[in-house]
Design a protein around this ligand. Structure first.
Ligand SMILES: Cc1ncc(C[n+]2csc(CCOP(=O)(O)OP(=O)(O)O)c2C)c(N)n1
Length: 290
């Protein structure tokens, strides 16, 4: 579609564009360490939470919010912002900590996580939390909403992009496949879906529950461009997530470890929503190294 001169968008400048690549990566990694430490404190405070899925997605969120997304923390509803949806809404603590450390709301608020009347519910609420684009929690809703968002930007001839993070267990919800089919059909080039491929869901391995493989081929067959990356490698994540949109939606299969960063939590199914003891919190803090 041809744009008229009045609708030409300004260049996409991220807040870290003035830094060297090495400095930008260090900021992104630092945000991950801060987020993991905050998540520990929040779960300790609430005695509830989804620590495995939080630590799995932390590096993806840090890369997006530190250096990829075109957003303004001081103006969360800025019309031209990129839209971000955390479809695996049970990882709300990781999203809240990322948002707070990026300045969307005060860091002190994190220690109200799941208190009665707190804005920081167990699942993200758009009406309460600056930076939350869509309410999520029931699995299988985020991608359909993201498809609507990408269709919206195309209809309005806008250049903002839509990013959505899905759990791999979440892909068992059929609604995702309807959305994947629609996005492929409509060639929604501004849409990026990131699959947090940690191979664990609640109580079981994904492949023992319902075979997802060959996962990349499935997305490709629905008309998507597919990339596979190490979901804890900030440089690789930055490269693929910041690439210019093409003429097809993009799926990034991010290979991750559930509970990444803390040895006794990594890749253990029982840590989907277990709460660490005080001793375990201290060991986890040491391993995270913040
Ligand atoms: C529709 C629906 N069914 C069940 C649940 C309960 N639930 C919360 S998390 C989860 C497992 C999700 O697994 P996955 O998407 O792989 O997330 P991750 O392992 O990355 O945390 C389930 C079944 C839910 N939130 N929504």
């Amino acid at each position: 579609m041809t744009r008229s001169p009045t609708t030409v968008s300004p260049p996409r400048l991220s807040r870290l564009d003035h830094l060297s690549a090495a400095e930008r990566l260090e900021q992104s990694r630092q945000l991950s360490r801060k987020t993991r430490t905050s998540v520990l404190e929040m779960i300790q405070h609430a005695q509830l939470g989804h620590i495995g899925g939080d630590f799995s997605v932390t590096d993806i969120l840090a890369t997006l919010f530190s250096s990829v997304l075109h957003v303004r923390p001081e103006e969360p509803l800025w019309a031209e912002r990129d839209r971000f949806i955390l479809s695996k809404g049970h990882a709300a603590a990781a999203l809240y900590a990322t948002l707070a450390h990026q300045g969307f709301f005060p860091i002190e608020d994190l220690l109200t996580f799941m208190d009665p009347l707190s804005k920081l519910n167990g699942h993200p609420n758009r009406n309460k939390v600056p930076g939350v684009e869509t309410n999520t929690g029931p699995l299988g809703h985020g991608l359909p909403v993201a498809v609507g968002s990408a269709i919206g930007s195309a209809l309005k001839d806008q250049s903002w992009r839509t990013y959505v993070v899905l759990g791999d267990g979440e892909l068992q919800e059929g609604s995702n496949w309807e959305a994947i089919m629609t996005a492929g059909h409509r060639r929604l080039g501004t849409l990026t879906a990131i699959v947090d491929r940690n191979r664990l869901q609640q109580g079981a391995r994904t492949e023992d529950t319902n075979t997802l493989e060959p996962l990349a081929d499935k997305w490709r067959s629905f008309g998507w461009e597919v990339h596979e990356v190490d979901g804890h490698d900030h440089a690789a994540l930055y490269d693929v997530l910041s690439a210019e949109p093409g003429d097809r939606p993009r799926c990034v299969i991010a290979h991750t470890v559930k509970g990444k960063g803390v040895s006794f939590i990594e890749d253990r199914v029982e840590w989907h929503h277990k709460v660490p003891t005080q001793d375990q919190i201290e060991q986890a803090r040491r391993e995270i190294g913040e």
